[in-house]
Design a protein around this ligand. Sequence first.
Ligand SMILES: [Zn+2]
Ligand SMILES: [Zn+2]
Ligand SMILES: [Zn+2]
Length: 290
Amino acid sequence: MSTLKSGILRSSMEVGSRYDFRNGPKPLKNTDDLRLILLGTGDAGGVPLYGCKCPACERARFDPRFIRRPSTALVESRGTQVLIDAGLVDLVERFPPGSITAILLTHFHPDHVQGLFHLRWGKGPRIDVGVPPDPEGCADLYKNNGLLKFQRLQEFSPALFGDVRATPVPLMHSKMTFGYCLEAASARIAYLCDTVGLPSDSIEFLKQWQPDCVILDCCYPPLGRKPRNHNDVHTVLESADAIGAKRVILTHVGHELDLWLMDHAGTLPRHVAVGRDGMVIDDRNTEPSR
Ligand SMILES: [Zn+2]
Ligand SMILES: [Zn+2]
Ligand SMILES: [Zn+2]
């Protein structure tokens, strides 16, 4: 029985563990593997934030391991490579034609789709892009879709992308937004971003579904008020408790949260860790360092 089957996903979370894009992904060791690589863990402004001189932003300028790029994750299983969001603007350099099985968009805010504006004009096989049924999209993406083939997904209706099964769950955000419950072999990862709290039907689904690991939006440090559109540390822990998450990784992190974490090391519960660009989440790697 693999560690995945026992329901434990581990992650390599040494600060700045990097993904080697030039040489491509390492071959997976066995066919049960599912892994998710956080390519961009920043909020819309990213870290360092343009013009900001706070210690967290200065640290990221000095040490690139602390840079947070726009929201993008890569899910791999066997030969499948599915991107979750396309915030990175250099996707065309990272992924050669034919290497992307599909893209799943959480929603159409620019920091999650801006990489598509360049990619769409390329040549090569068409790329399926699963999206929430948002009639607006972003700018002219629906109209001038190029090689992108948009496919509207339905909440709680699973869809298969290569070897990865993705079930969309509605989130709470300023635009129609889906989280994705990702499954391959016996491994389950939930990717829930952007959101503040979770709708009750999504909580019920996730409680039943029992992911090995939950990746959750956490933009802000603990706020003295109810946050809007994105979680702070309080609401992210409430959501994690509500779904009974065994393991939680925070993403969509803003510079203020990084700053707070610099002064509050070890404050988060043991099952909660902070994501980093390049972090690999799978069944083999080491325990997180926080
Ligand atoms: Zn966002
Ligand atoms: Zn800053
Ligand atoms: Zn958003």
